[in-house]
Design a protein around this ligand. Sequence first.
Ligand code: NDP
Ligand SMILES: N[C@@H](CC=O)C(=O)O
Ligand code: NA
Length: 433
Amino acid sequence: MAVQEIKVGLMGLGTVGSGVVRLVERHQEDLWNQTGCTITIEKALVRDKQKERAVRLPEGVLTDKPEELLHHDGIDIVVEVMGGIEPTRGYIRQALETGKHVVTANKDLMALHGAELLSVAAKNHCDVFYEASVAGGIPILRALVEGFSSDRITRMVGIVNGTTNFILSEMKKNGMAFEDALAEAQRLGYAEADPTADVDGWDAARKMAILATLGFHTEWPLDEVKVRGIGDVTLEDVRFAGQLGYTLKLVGIARQDEGKVEVSVQPALLPDEHPLSSVDGVYNAVYVHGEAVGETMFYGPGAGELPTATAVVSDLVTVVKNQKLGVNGRSVVAPYREHKPKAPADIWSKHYFCLHVADEAGVLAGITQLFADKGVSLEKVLQVPRTREQEAEIILVTHQANGEQLLHIIEGLEALPTVVRIQSHYRVEGGEH
Ligand SMILES: NC(=O)C1=CN([C@@H]2O[C@H](COP(=O)(O)OP(=O)(O)OC[C@H]3O[C@@H](n4cnc5c(N)ncnc54)[C@H](OP(=O)(O)O)[C@@H]3O)[C@@H](O)[C@H]2O)C=CC1
Ligand SMILES: N[C@@H](CC=O)C(=O)O
Ligand code: NA
């Protein structure tokens, strides 16, 4: 029997693209055993053909002309690891419209235009897989789509951005300055081309939109993810949190209660004993709670060349297996549950406040009274005198409060003459774990 050769068009030969080339070369025998096919990179699209590359490709493979790949009749599968929205979206549409299957690592694109691309794919009987787009090497999308297909997911809490987790871990463990830790994450190939997407929380938000859509079977648009990044997190916040027994992490939270959903990304305090607290460096983890299964957790590298490439190449293998079975384009389950966002009054959480206050008698009593008036009780209260600035610091951790109560408390604190400023405020997650 003739061995079938699968020709791949690779779009992008940067960090992830180089990893894909290396894995396809190194694991050729395993790939052949699993698919019965040889897999060849037929064309690799880049911007600058003259640039020095981490991997060598045979003569004629590298191109800077997208049509050489998109109009190539022999190419069955396009692997998109170049990133960005345009022209990438147009290229992927063209690929699908000419019957080419697509594997992508592009969360920006899938979070914004996933529904459109999946519908073009379905019309053309093509596969679109995007496992690498969320939590790099962790097979979390497969787990949601296949592993939990029999269950109803109620909660996903994730550390889904390797760059910010690396930065916060370096700040906590080595006292490294924010900028130095970011530069190191960039050097290691973890950060996005524009690292503000990582730092401002948008990269994590895109991943949470994808997780919520797949996990809750409801279309969850990116503009409905509440986002706060780590740009204003200070070394002092990290240290204070540590002294109180918490670890500060950028977390994505997606919860479904009685059919209503909330999805957000923010720096939050996790109790040190929470399993997500010990997820350090570029590692990611997604905690998934299902009605029937209970608690599960998925852990692994969230970024970097080879870990991300494993997800991409595994998707490639799935496309080839589907080809052999003749089922390409049939595995997508479109969201089928009604879209019901939670109102602020439905969103419950504990909160941490660090307040700078006038260093005078009766201040603490006034503040605790404000919380009591809004119906929120306090779990921890600490007062730290700071005579040098005629100010004191008060640290408060609340019991569960809802989003409406929280707004009233913030307004009330801002109006109190004894409160100089709300120095920092974070959600406290995972207390119910
Ligand atoms: N890095 C990581 O750890 C992870 C990345 N991802 C995602 O994977 C994708 C790729 O990331 P990464 O490898 O880090 O990115 P890089 O910036 O390292 O590589 C991008 C590659 O795409 C090429 N490229 C970009 N734009 C164009 C264009 N318009 N036309 C032709 N070629 C183009 C670049 O060409 P040239 O080399 O000539 O500049 C480069 O080879 C992104 O969507 C990213 O979000 C997902 C998970 C983890
Ligand atoms: N920049 C991203 C890369 C993977 O998605 C991250 O840091 O997680
Ligand atoms: Na993944």
